[in-house]
Design a binder for this molecule. Structure first.
Ligand SMILES: O=C(O)c1ccccc1N[C@@H]1O[C@H](COP(=O)(O)O)[C@@H](O)[C@H]1O
Length: 207
């Protein structure tokens, strides 16, 4: 199966539509008020309305209240949930939607054990550990820390950009890649040329 590409932190309908036109498989909407890429329900609805039907919509949360996830699901057409905090598996699965679990990688973390805690997740998304931040930092981690045989599909993220994506995909061979800051012109504003180069690099790195 060909590599899947997610462009996260979309805040504007035109950026989501452009990501889709360039060949992204999924876009991410950040429902985390502390993020510079946080979107309101109205913003999210506008982004989703501008997307073609074949692009998956991922809703990203960080340690959310249950009611907030339910409100987003009621208001927006969401395909997949992404939990980017310290959410327990029981919480993640309680919405009865496909979900991705993010882990922030640092030396000493047992990724195989971390993945095993979320057996029903659709994928394990590996981001860089940065003290005091939950994600979207543009920081890479040491890809050699990734074990060969994770029990879940691997979604590589953390500091990927249009310059390093081909090398990253060739080295790690993930099922999917995810990027936020590495294809931006400014926080929350995507750069079409960088998105195009990222998507092309990911596809070429996978061959
Ligand atoms: O994008 C954000 O602002 C964000 C905030 C809080 C948690 C996660 C966030 N984004 C996710 O972080 C990773 C890596 O981002 P980057 O490419 O290094 O900027 C990515 O999975 C985003 O989905």
């Amino acid at each position: 199966m060909s590599i899947r590409i997610k462009i996260c932190g979309i805040t504007r309908p035109e950026d989501g539509a452009e990501a889709a036109r360039l060949g992204a498989d999924a876009i991410g909407l950040v429902f985390y008020p502390k993020s510079p890429r946080n979107v309101s329900l109205v913003q999210a609805q506008a982004v989703i309305a501008a997307l073609p039907p074949f692009v998956s919509v991922v809703a990203l949360f960080v340690n959310p209240e249950r009611e907030w996830v339910e409100e987003v699901l009621a208001a927006c057409s969401i395909d997949i949930l992404q939990f980017h905090g310290e959410e327990a598996a029981a919480f993640c699965r309680s919405f009865q939607r496909p979900y991705l679990k993010a882990v922030r990688v640092k030396p000493g973390l047992d990724l195989t054990a971390a993945a095993a805690e979320y057996p029903d997740a659709r994928g394990l998304l590996t981001d860089a550990f940065v003290e005091g931040a939950h994600g979207g930092t543009g920081t890479t981690f040491d890809w050699t820390l990734l074990p060969a045989n994770l029990p879940l599909p691997l979604i590589l993220s953390g500091g990927l950009d249009d310059q390093n994506i081909k090398q990253a995909v060739a080295a790690v061979r993930p099922a999917a890649v995810d990027v936020s800051s590495g294809v931006e012109a400014a926080k929350g504003i995507k750069d079409a040329a960088r998105m195009a180069a990222f998507i092309s690099g990911a596809r070429h790195g996978a061959v």
